[in-house]
Design a binder for this molecule. Structure first.
Ligand code: S3P
Length: 419
């Protein structure tokens, strides 16, 4: 694998850019706004709420009119496959005077929503889900301000943190979210929120006087997408791949520490900080990887990269273990059982546990049919597995990759055809 590539804009930043621009008063402009399904779903939901936008050539223009300018949607809002759309939007809609319903695809309808419903209800939002604590989420609307809360997150989740903070814009008093274990901090950075550290905990506060200015930003490349190409280069002989303009936000690149632990060879060059998010170029080279153990507080910071780290582990010497990662079962698929099923199909000796898995690395046999289980990260990880397998593999439901990376296959081909 050889060459230089650029990736779609970061999914987490893109969702927030669109939502925060809608909450601001004035025009915002984002370059490199990804044309992937999830962030565009957020934009479509905003349109149903009366927000004007234009999107062409990866440039998104949004006209925001402030936190109380949304219009009652004529229809149910469809978050499709996007948990971030559903949870963040619920935080904003909880403070509106009009009713709304947010639904999603079959995968999203199975994912846990009680974690936001309970908290938003504590803030006096009139919100409910199904008996199982899943979507559709129904919000009845309220003419009274919400009530600010101090809330310590029981599950390390940036989506839950952000949903509560956004509802805090509609609440009396201050709303403070307390994080025992850090999660991605794009919301804090992009909203310019005060974060205080007491002991090892982060206290993040907001109130309804918090002004969100319109913004201009080039969305940096998605580090979670970069992880697929970095691992592909590390496990393929004679490779050197440069991935340009990737977000180097410290809460997003913990997977690089893990790959370093696995003896991965890469360097980061051209570091800069243009729009409040650090970015740089990553050069990854063929390496002789060694297994390692991943767990504890690093899990929330690598939660999206575990499927591809598992492929790195399967190509490494020794054992690769993931522990304390039960949250993986709540993603676009149950990522513990789907990763384990695909690895087993590839001929890897792997054992599933309640909170992770353990595998014996070596070379991949292949000659199997893998399934993305409708999960974009499983689809892309399977392709990287295929690159290193001895026999051809096929992948079912590959189109799932479009959730975060519609041109994934073209980009992979671009750097593999050079050999
Ligand atoms: C995200 C947070 C994470 C992550 C998801 C995006 C975000 O989810 O898995 O892909 O943008 O806030 P959780 O907050 O549920 O861990």
């Amino acid at each position: 694998m050889r060459g230089e590539i650029e990736l779609p804009g970061d999914k987490s930043i893109a969702h927030r850019a669109a939502l925060f621009a809608a909450l601001a008063k004035g025009e915002s402009l984002f370059e490199n706004f990804p044309d992937s399904n999830d962030p565009l779903t957020t934009v479509e939901c905003l349109e149903k709420l009366g927000i004007q936008y234009e999107y062409a050539g990866k440039t998104l223009w949004i006209q925001g009119r402030g936190p109380f300018s949304f219009q009652c949607p004529k229809d149910v809002l469809d978050a499709k496959n996007s948990g971030t759309t559903m949870r963040l939007l619920a935080g904003i809609l909880a403070g509106q005077s009009f009713p709304s319903i947010i639904t999603g695809d079959n995968s999203l309808l199975k994912r846990p929503m009680r974690r936001i419903i309970k908290q938003l209800a504590m803030m006096n939002a009139r919100i409910s889900g199904t008996r199982k604590g899943t979507a559709p989420i129904k919000i009845r609307g309220t003419n009274r301000p919400l009530k600010g809360i101090n809330y310590e997150l029981p599950v390390a989740s940036a989506q839950v943190k952000t949903a509560i903070l956004l509802a805090g814009l509609y609440a009396t008093g201050t709303t403070t979210v307390i994080e025992k274990i850090p999660t991605r901090d794009h919301t804090e950075r992009m909203l310019g929120l005060r974060v205080q550290k007491f002991g090892r905990k982060n206290y993040i506060s907001i109130n309804k006087l918090h002004q969100i200015p319109p913004s201009r930003m080039t969305i940096p490349g998605d580090p979670s997408s970069a992880a697929f190409f970095i691992v592909a280069a590390l496990i393929t002989p004679h490779s050197e791949v440069m991935i340009k303009n990737v977000s180097l936000n410290p809460t997003r690149i913990m997977f690089l520490n893990i790959l370093k632990r696995m003896h991965g060879i890469f360097e980061i060059v051209n570091k800069r900080n243009p729009d409040g998010e650090p970015i740089g170029d990553i050069i990854a080279k063929s390496s002789k990887l060694q297994g390692c153990s991943v767990g504890g507080e690093e899990i929330p910071l690598v939660i999206d990269e575990i499927p591809i780290l598992a492929i790195a582990g399967a190509n490494a010497g020794g054992t690769f273990t993931v522990k304390n990662a039960e949250e993986l079962r709540n993603k676009e698929s149950d990522r513990i059982s789907s990763v384990v099923a695909n690895l087993a199909a590839l001929g890897v000796r792997v054992e599933e546990t309640t909170d992770g898995f353990a595998l014996e690395g070596g070379s991949l046999h292949g000659g199997a049919s893998l399934d993305s289980y409708g999960d974009h990260r499983l689809a892309m990880a399977s392709v990287v597995a295929g690159l290193s397998a001895r026999k051809e593999i096929t992948i079912k439901n590959m189109q799932a990759a479009a959730v975060s990376f519609p041109n994934f296959m073209d980009t992979i081909k671009m750097i593999t055809n050079n050999n």
